[in-house]
Design a protein. Sequence first.
Length: 312
Amino acid sequence: AKMENHTRMSEFILVGFKSHPGSQVLLSVLFSTMYFVTVVGNICMILVIRMEPSLHSPMYFFLENLSTLDICYSSVIAPRAALAFLLGRRSISYTSCASQMFFFSLFGTTEAFFLAVMAYDRFTAICNPLLYQVIMSRRLCVLMVVGSYLSGCINCTIQTGFTFSLSFCGHREINHFFCEVAAVIHSSCSNTLVNELVMLAVCGPIIVGTALVVFVSYGYIIITIMQMPSAESRHKAFSTCSSHMVTICLFFGTVFFMYAQPGAASSPSKSNTLSIFYTVVIPMLNPFIYTLRNREVKGALKKQLKRKGFFR
């Protein structure tokens, strides 16, 4: 019996989206396509920023880091999910599950901090343009990126450590398509009150704190833009921010919807569908949002394509 118990707990079964066997192939194709678009889109974004000297500014430095992060973030979940849907293999080993949760929490938290940092960057550029170069020094930019990753690291270490200290006595089914913190906690047979409190105590301030920085920054930005004398300067200022605003609304909207409402964890099918949104869809959309809404990036892209002979 002891041996059986051990083999039982060497893996979990991910049961997200299990009810429609016919749609498994469709889900696999969907995930693979979105992942492919995410990687290609974000790599293009990184290359354009790298190759175009006019884009070597703090805003694009953060954007380049966001693209790198989105590739990593999506890579933790999409390829494995696509393969699982295709082959119908739903088991995930204990260690794979822990490492997936670790990296998912790391990149997810870092993304929230990145969006806050980018909002602060736009706030400085629009509300304090004369001091922008002084404030947003190269050193501060690098520190902000490193700080975002460190915060992500602290959070994911706490979350993963606490979650995997629970016992799972044979309850192997996780009602999700990846090892998401709340879903794994739910499949445990220990008392999970401490875990839920830790999750609230750590994630709560992160979500609320980063969202506050974002909304306060954008509050000031909108007021400043409204007070600009000419319509053209208003339009120019607004166009550099609008793409970022779209990303923020998508990301924080989904996260709030997922984690900040009572009973969020009790409706697995809803949280599964929503997770696709912030794990696969948003990283895929980011490069498009930033290129389509941004004149500088579009210009740089055309310039690079001309140089390579795609355009005459």
